[in-house]
Ligand binder design. Structure first.
Ligand SMILES: [Zn+2]
Length: 307
């Protein structure tokens, strides 16, 4: 069984089994997948909700009635996909495929009481895979539940979101996270997400290093005008590291005057969105480095942004 932190309101709702198809939306790391697992254990618990933790079903570490499907970064032929995707054969049966698809799995009877299929990153479902799911959503077997996990309702195919009950998840209040730790650096990095907090606590030295590197990167923006290439490369390394550098970079603007800070944060947000939309990463980093260098230069020359 999995322990869940916070999200009481959402769990009270789920305990009433409000729908067979659910869409869990919210930022990465806040606990959407953990609550989906909790839901599966509750549905299968001998004593119902909340899962008791001691019946035969609750004691299982890997539950046979819980299936999690996630995007694959490789195509069927083994090539690296341009963007990770949930393939049609993960969802629907296909001739020649040895894997059991989600739909086949959901059709069979549960070992305990209910089958729960969780589709992680449901916004990466292609149209064909989405359409295959749709048929199941219209007439689900009585024992079947589907949980789609996505960043937002808008990101998911409208045909799927309109047939699912949306359950929103937000960052947890700091007092919930303080039950785990008083490590201020990790708490700051977490932004209310348990997943982020755990990653930070697992590698405090790496976290400090990433924060230092991001700060140095912002400080270095005003240096050598020929350094754009090196700065782009440094940003790419930061972004590919184990920690999300954006929160550190944003914090490094803290000492800038408000107008400049606002423009810097806008540039940062734009870059994140471009990356999420799979715009070529090198292009995004170069553009961001250029924008921030220009802002930095304006700051130095005392033009408009310094006020
Ligand atoms: Zn139980």
């Amino acid at each position: 069984m999995t322990e869940v932190i916070g999200h009481e309101r959402q769990r009270r709702l789920l305990a009433k089994r409000p729908a067979q198809s659910l869409l869990f939306v919210g930022p990465e790391g806040v606990g959407r997948r953990t609550v989906a697992r909790w839901f599966a254990y509750g549905l299968n618990c001998e004593r119902g909700f909340p899962p008791c933790g001691s019946c035969p079903s609750c004691r299982l570490r890997h539950h046979p009635d819980l299936l999690e499907v996630a995007p694959r970064s490789h195509t069927k032929s083994g090539q690296v996909a341009r963007r990770p995707q949930i393939r049609l054969d993960q969802i629907a049966p296909r001739e020649g495929s040895e894997e059991v698809s989600l739909l086949e799995w959901l059709q069979t009877a549960p070992r305990y009481r209910a089958k729960v299929a969780v589709v992680d990153s449901a916004h990466l479902l292609g149209e064909q895979a989405g359409n295959a799911l749709l048929k199941m959503l219209e007439e689900p077997p009585a024992h079947a539940y589907l949980v789609l996990v996505a960043p937002s309702r808008e990101a998911v195919l409208p045909t799927l979101s309109s047939r699912s009950l949306t359950v929103g998840f937000g960052p947890l209040p700091e007092r919930e996270l303080r039950r785990f730790t008083s490590d201020e650096a990790a708490l700051r990095y977490s932004e209310g997400a348990v997943g982020r907090l755990k990653a930070a606590l697992a590698d405090p030295a790496g976290l400090a290093e990433a924060e230092g590197a991001a700060r140095a990167w912002v400080q270095g923006l005003g240096e050598d005008p020929a350094a754009l290439l090196a700065q782009t490369e440094a940003l790419r390394r930061l972004a590919e590291g184990p920690f999300d550098p954006w929160v550190f970079v944003a914090r490094a603007f803290g000492s800038w005057p408000p107008a400049a800070r606002r423009r810097a944060l806008e540039a940062l947000l734009e870059a994140r969105e471009a990356l999420e939309a799979y715009v070529a990463a090198d292009l995004v980093y170069t553009r961001l480095a250029m924008t921030l260098r220009r802002l930095h230069a304006e700051l130095r020359s005392g033009s408009t942004v310094s006020r």
